[in-house]
Ligand binder design. Structure first.
Ligand SMILES: Cc1cc2nc3c(=O)[nH]c(=O)nc-3n(C[C@H](O)[C@H](O)[C@H](O)COP(=O)(O)O)c2cc1C
Ligand code: SF4
Length: 446
């Protein structure tokens, strides 16, 4: 995103009709940079045309582990983003736009406040911009620091001063959004692309990078690379170019073991998949992953994948808002099973159990946090099963014994077993299970 004379494209946009701007954005085939890759022009065209006020919410919550690209815009190029908000607000008939930034980003919030005050002072924001009929206010809102606030519908609840619970969709925000009014929610990077699209035309943009997912992306590369950082690169760039040419290769000349391509929730890639992977959503979708936020996490051959999974799962368990049973209970369940494997107390069936719990969360929840928690577990186990299985002792306790306990209890009560030896074994087992459940609930409570 090169820095050009700012706000001149806004002037151009104000000479266009609102529909012309929406049409250019549609033509550009810009896909949202917030993770879901939804076509921006299409989203804008869903905005309900009624007499209620329209709102634009700019999503700068950026709390997904491995994602740290929006803050670069706040820091290095805030005026391109503000210009994008202004053009979008004009196109959508918005008079109040909200920039929601995660509370922990206090430094970037202050930077944005300075940039916004500057834009107000120069008359780019406020009443009758460039002497036109267009007037708009931009408000900066600090999040209180929960990952779930980044989900669009919980962000609206948060803005309304309510607990940040995701809403059931439909209705979608474009129809019934914040304060019951039509609302468009876009990621910060998505909006920062708008001025260049309006300046150079949608067709120009659609020809950059991968045709089905055009433009550039701010790749936030972290992990075992020599030069981690945020790099603006065209979509469709080979992943190995990102790692080797842009980021100086894997540290200490080691081999790649696993790469998460788009923030911690995206299904991971094996080394073999990395060798031929292109970094655009369509290419990643073809092998069951996705570009997400383009937060690329590189892990070398020495990485303990069980510890990685445990850490990621602990994050989602902690951040689950608790509304849906599969997410609230399933995240904790996956964490407890991963933890017992890590303690050397895993059972042979645990890997299938983890996949089964993950699959029971996936697609069964109000918001996509459930999927975000399930995918890393399911796909890491599917792709790296042997490595994780090595952590389970060969003599490990097996689930059929537990099933037997439950089976007997269901029908007769286990004290009615006639074989005393068997009875004692089962009682010992039940005691162990109770202790374990107690320990685990103490360990994870709070
Ligand atoms: C749990 C969760 C957290 C999210 N966090 C963010 C975030 O921090 N920033 C963001 O832009 N989108 C986030 N999203 C996606 C938003 O719900 C929404 O799709 C996005 O802001 C739309 O913008 P876009 O169309 O420009 O990508 C999150 C989604 C979920 C389920
Ligand atoms: S999936 Fe999880 S975070 Fe999302 S609404 Fe349900 S419980 Fe809350």
């Amino acid at each position: 995103m090169k820095k050009t004379a700012r706000y001149q494209t806004l002037k151009k946009a104000l000479g266009m009709s609102q529909q012309e701007i929406v049409d250019e954005v549609k033509k550009s085939n810009l896909k949202g940079r917030g993770g879901a890759c939804f076509p921006t022009g299409m989203k804008w065209s869903f905005l309900a045309k009624n007499d209620k006020p329209k709102y634009l919410i700019c999503n700068g919550d950026e709390s997904e582990p491995g994602s740290f690209k929006d803050r670069e815009i706040f820091e290095k190029n805030p005026h391109q983003f503000i210009e994008g908000v202004l053009i979008s607000s004009y196109a959508l008939g918005v008079k109040d736009a909200y920039v929601y930034i995660r509370g922990e980003y206090w430094r970037w919030i202050e930077m944005m406040e300075v940039a916004l005050a500057d834009a107000y002072k120069k008359g780019y924001v406020g009443k009758n911009v460039f002497g036109s009929d267009f007037s708009v206010k931009i408000h900066i809102h600090r999040g209180a620091g929960a990952y779930i606030c980044g989900e669009e519908s919980s962000m609206m609840n948060s803005l309304e001063g309510k607990r940040a619970y995701p809403r059931v969709k439909p209705p979608f925000p474009a129809v019934i959004g914040v304060w019951g009014c039509p609302t468009i929610i876009n990621n910060i990077e998505t909006l920062a692309n708008i001025p260049e699209i309006i300046k150079n035309g949608g067709e120009w943009f659609s020809k950059i990078g991968a045709p089905a997912h055009p433009g550039t992306l701010l790749f936030g590369v972290s992990g075992h690379v020599n030069k981690p950082g945020v790099y603006e690169l065209e979509t469709g760039i080979p992943l190995m170019d990102v790692i080797d040419k842009v980021c100086g290769g894997v540290k200490n000349g080691k081999q790649i073991k696993m790469v998460i391509p788009g923030g911690s929730s995206m299904p991971p890639l094996t080394r073999e998949e990395c060798l031929t992977m292109k970094m655009d959503n369509e290419s990643l979708k073809a092998i069951g992953s996705a570009i997400g936020t383009a937060g690329v996490i590189v892990m070398d051959e020495d990485t303990d994948l069980l510890k990685v999974l445990k850490r990621i799962t602990k994050f989602y368990y902690h951040e689950s808002c608790g509304q849906c049973t599969p997410c609230r209970e399933g995240c904790g369940w996956m964490l407890r099973v991963l933890d017992r494997i890590d303690r050397g107390e895993g059972r042979q069936e645990d890997l299938d159990l983890l996949i089964s719990v993950a699959e029971n969360i996936e697609g069964n929840t109000i918001c996509a946090l459930g999927d975000a928690a399930a995918w890393p577990v399911k796909w890491t186990i599917r792709k790296f099963r042997d490595e994780i299985a090595k952590k389970i002792p060969a003599h490990a306790v097996t689930l059929p014994i537990l099933n037997k306990v439950h089976g007997v209890r269901d029908y007769k009560g286990y004290s009615t077993l006639t074989d005393n030896n068997e009875n004692a074994k089962v009682e010992a087992m039940m005691g162990k299970v109770q202790e374990e459940l107690h320990d685990e609930s103490v360990r994870y409570s709070g």
